[in-house]
Design a protein around this ligand. Structure first.
Ligand code: ATP
Ligand SMILES: Nc1ccn([C@H]2C[C@H](O)[C@@H](COP(=O)(O)O)O2)c(=O)n1
Length: 419
């Protein structure tokens, strides 16, 4: 029994803990060690008052782990009494790819300190895999123990120790094949793993199968393929419709229309599943592009740039500086996905974009609302768009009138694609 408890604690001690206070401030990092340490001012503020816990729902299998984390977060948000703060946390092994595991950090300042009871209920019903509890010491330190039914586990103490901020944001350790997919088969694997829990996965995989995708990456395009990218309300729909008419082009979208009925279902899933769904949408659109570009120019409203940019910007919390560096393999186009001839990124200044959103007055998706309130996120999405390579996008100022933007884009297309 004792050796099991020691090995479980040793696992935690090899990790770095990251706690996100909010999107505007840098995450706070710490480790556990066997000797008490004085806390840094950031840690002192984090562990300042109340009862503190970190919880993790990790279980066997990445699909189950991702869904369990989402369920745990919503269960805690629903059941915790007023006075509790629920913060995003994560645990990782420095520089070890795929070691980033999401969890939660809980500060309980509620009147009756009842968070522990809620956490224990969730632990008993199997929703929480591990709980660590923290206790402030008299000499400025903070001790940590596992919340467990086994006395040997409960008694073992470790101490919170400051660590330097890592050079790279730790979420970047997991982006490849968790947030962004670079091969059709990798995105398919995620949905295959979802077959039992999300029945719609089978139908999506069937649609992918039906598209005869194998010849797409080598397809010799006869007519140019032009992708229009940009944040919401930058004018993609307006411009792509005008381009369709002006060029006699075929207009396609990613995700394609055939996935429309499934989109809401997958949007409700954690990033691993949601991003795999959008990745597959690009491969279906690629098959359509391959067919249509044999007969006419093709205009595509969103494609891989959108899938990768939103996924990266969501995965990496905090500031733009936390994004993977320019030139990172994370920004490389998937080798098996049809490459367009030209990618144009519509960019409007924030005030003009706000004005357009307000005028449109449609229901906003969650991500759209996030864009509105979260300037940092918007900057990260746009910056990630700009860092994507092979093909990189050309930035178009889409703030002028629709006619002006159309003429400028037609001019670019004529120059770059000989149309
Ligand atoms: N160049 C422009 N000048 C002024 N208003 C514009 C311009 N282009 C589009 N709009 C208006 O801005 C709003 C958003 O445009 P549109 O729907 O084309 O954007 P979008 O990028 O397709 O948005 P989403 O991605 O959210 O669907 C619409 O009300 C549209 O009429
Ligand atoms: N090819 C695509 C298209 C869209 N997405 C995601 C990114 C955003 O979450 C959202 C934006 O789409 P819209 O609201 O403009 O229809 O969809 C993607 O990942 N890949």
């Amino acid at each position: 029994m004792a050796s099991r408890s020691i090995s479980r604690l040793a696992q935690w001690c090899s990790r770095i803990f990251m706690v996100e206070i909010n999107q505007k401030t840098e995450p706070i990092y710490f480790a556990l060690s066997s000797k008490p340490s004085a806390l840094s001012p950031e840690l002192d503020a984090l562990f300042g008052s109340g009862k503190l816990f970190s919880v993790c729902a990790q279980c066997d299998g990445r699909v189950q782990s991702a869904r369990s984390h989402a369920h745990l977060k919503s269960a805690l948000a629903e059941k915790l009494p007023p006075g509790c703060d629920l913060l995003d946390a994560a645990f990782f092994l420095p520089d070890v790819k795929n070691s980033f595991v999401r969890g939660l950090f809980l500060r309980d300042n509620s009147a009756l300190y009842s968070a522990e009871r809620v956490v224990n209920q969730l632990r008993q019903n199997g929703s929480v895999a591990s709980v660590l509890a923290y206790t402030r010491g008299n000499s400025g330190d903070c001790a940590c123990s596992i919340v467990s039914d086994e006395p040997a586990e409960r008694e073992r103490r470790y101490y919170v120790t400051p660590v330097p901020v890592p050079l790279r944001h730790p979420a970047t350790l997991n982006i490849i094949n968790s947030d962004v997919f670079y091969r059709l088969e990798d995105a398919c694997k995620v949905l295959q793993e979802c077959n039992d829990v999300i029945p719609e996965s089978k139908a999506v995989l069937k649609l992918v199968e039906e598209q005869k995708l194998e010849s797409v990456s080598n397809h010799a395009k006869r007519f140019p393929v032009i992708v229009i990218e940009g944040l919401d309300a930058t004018g993609k729909t307006t411009l792509t419709c005008s381009l369709q008419k002006a060029l006699g082009a075929v207009l396609l979208k990613s995700p394609p229309q055939c996935l429309g009925d499934f989109r809401q279902r997958f949007d409700a899933e954690p990033p691993l599943i949601r991003r795999a769904f959008y990745a597959l949408g690009n491969y279906i659109t690629a098959a359509q592009i391959a067919r249509e570009s044999a007969h006419a120019p093709v205009i595509t409203d969103r494609y891989w740039h959108s899938t990768a940019a939103y996924a990266i910007a969501t995965a990496v919390s905090g500031r733009e500086e936390n994004l993977p560096a320019v030139g990172s393999e994370i920004y490389e186009w998937p080798s098996d996905l049809l490459r367009p001839s030209l990618v144009l990124l519509l960019s409007v200044n924030p005030e003009e974009r706000q004005r357009r959103l307000a005028n449109r007055g449609l229901d906003k998706t969650e991500e759209e609302s996030q864009l509105e309130i979260n300037h940092l996120f918007r900057c990260k999405v746009e910056e990630a768009y700009k860092r994507i390579q092979n093909p990189a996008c050309i930035i178009v100022d889409a703030s002028p009138s629709p006619e002006h933007v159309l003429q400028e884009v037609l001019c670019l297309i004529r120059n770059k694609c000989n149309l």
